[in-house]
Design a protein around this ligand. Sequence first.
Ligand code: GDP
Ligand code: MG
Length: 737
Amino acid sequence: MSSTTSSNPPVTAAGSASPPATAAAAGSTKAESSSKKKLDRVRNIGVIAHIDAGKTTVSERFLYYSGRIHKIGEVHEGQTQLDWMPEERKRGITITAAATSFLWRNHDIHLIDTPGHVDFTIEVERSLRVLDGAVVVMSAVDGVEPQTETVWHQADKFHVPRVTFINKMDRVGANFESVLADIKKTLDANPIPIQEPIGAEDKFEGVYDLIDQKRVLFTGEEDDAPEVLEPTEDDLAIIGPAREQLIERVADVDDALAELYLAGEAVDAATLRAAIRRVTLANKAVPVLCGAALRNRGIQPLLDAVVDFLPAPTEVPPMVGTHPRTGEPEQRAPDDKAPLCALAFKVVMVDGRKAVYLRIYSGILHAGEDVFNPRLSSTDKSKHPAKEAEKKAAPQGRVEKVARLFSVHAASREKLEQAHAGSIVLAVGLKDTATGDTLCDTKAPILLESIGTYQPVISQAIEANTSADAEKMQAALQKMTEEDPTFHVREDAETGQTLVSGMGELHLEIIRDRLLSEYNVTARSGRPQVVYRETVLGSGEAEHVFERSAEDESLFGKAVVRVTARPRGSGLLVRSETPPPSSDWTPPLIRQYPLAVEAALAGVREAMGAGPQGNRLEDIEAVLISVEPRLDVASDVGWRIAGSRAMVKACEAAGTALLEPIMHLEVLVPDEFVGEVLGDLNQRRAQILDVGMRGNRRSVIAELPLRVLFGYSTAVRSATQGRADFVMTFARYDTWS
Ligand code: GDP
Ligand code: MG
């Protein structure tokens, strides 16, 4: 069946050659005992791209050629393994990032398929956070598309090394060279082609391998291995100069290769491969390959490139975090012998039960093991300030049990006894662990930075069609919020309606479809509404005193808060400017003071959720000016309330303004329709930022409120006879006149 194309031995982490890979190992489905597997033979990768570039098609071929699946499912037939949610199969898009493991050349590859639709950006970001490397798929016809740009920059942000696959070489208009130029210009990246295509469009039949100097042909039949041939004279006339240029480009960013090159020495394949690996891992260059995934052309060399050029978990810098109690920096090297450290990066419901995807950074996780989650509050609910002070030495956080562990392969799963550093697994049994939580060894606690969450921008009332379904709907929606941190459900205090909110119209549409297909609940929904926010104008200060005594309990709190407007998009900042304890206070009062300050700050943070007009606050600095401590109170609740009320009053004093979601829109359209697109955007009172070219189409870039964009896809389609494509991304919350 499959075999690798590189006749040379693969290069290991250290750059030395390892034993040659055998064809049997490449196609093997029998995982060798994972405990023996070395970390340098693991690759955690993702496939990222603009929607429709071919991510799912490429990923399916990866599984097929590795022997992981025995039949290729096609996206348009609704048969793929990776798009396993019924909604995904029906729509032919990828919503949930599914993780899959397979073997290639005796390397354990963990693959995360990521969605391309902008409504699901958080999925991409979550994936990139736990990946070590990525395969970027681009279309040979369309080049760098808007969403490619977004994910590319997300990958830059997380320093994820990449290889690029220029797909769809079989399509009319395919142009390898122009995509390369596009990558350089639009992405400001350093693409280094390690192949040259042989032919294009319906004449595309293979590639020249510039590293090994071979002619590689693909028949297109799914079962045929690539034919690796010695180059002819004519082939060498093409390979020679192209290889020379490749060496030159790598030498530009790699001193070791530069030395050889300048000394005029011949560069053999192993040396060149090692140098390409170094510059890829250092994010100094991106190897580029090409093919046509749908025609089964170019996949095996791409898998070789994943092994040869993308990092093993051992090659990524140690994970950094902090000690949850002391706040001191902590590090975990990717080593089985180090204490356990894992990140919960995704929560899913499997057959109605909660399951959590984990990336293990260090240590070994056993099924049935107790793990420590520093974020969870300890079970002792006592909040008495004085007692809190005594408890200070006791650790925060709580232990949770990992009942069972599974390796992940979309809908079918294999049970595991243990999982090693560097792996991605699915854990069942964690009750309260949420997306972004750290799980670690109780004796060596560490807290990793949480995954950024996105706030929803649109909301919609939703109602079950029958009263019998109402309860079922609530339970189903609740489950979906656990899976998806960008999806929220709440009850409207005034109307009693259930309001769902999310990242866009498609997001909520899919939620409604899933209610029907997965939970058998028919629901109807109201018009989508924009989610507003509030900010303050200038600054304001206010005091609140809270005092209550009932029977044997008394509560007290007093706080002064000042708020100041911050620049748009800068977010919220909460800090304390409370003076040190007064010299005439008694020791118990002095001990209680920091707890009162903490409680008042917590109250200020709580108030950020709803300003004077009931919307979440944005772009505000809130400073706690003073807090008055008092002994003999039942709990710290009084200061919490005082902090929260003082915050709202300070906002009222400053005066507030409504902010709405402003979207960044890019429309791609043939020249003859650019007038229609611009006319429509002007009518919506958009601010046009740029009109230019992207490939052979016009590109219109604009900013406008989401409020005027409902139903835009239908409008733009009918105005352009279906010839326009657009990408909408959230820009910021702002005022718009
Ligand atoms: P994704 O949105 O990036 O996951 O893209 P898909 O894998 O769903 O592919 C989008 C469409 O492009 C599907 O109809 C595929 O059959 C088609 N496609 C994918 N790869 C190729 C290719 O190499 N050549 C051609 N002609 N079509 C392709
Ligand atoms: Mg897909």
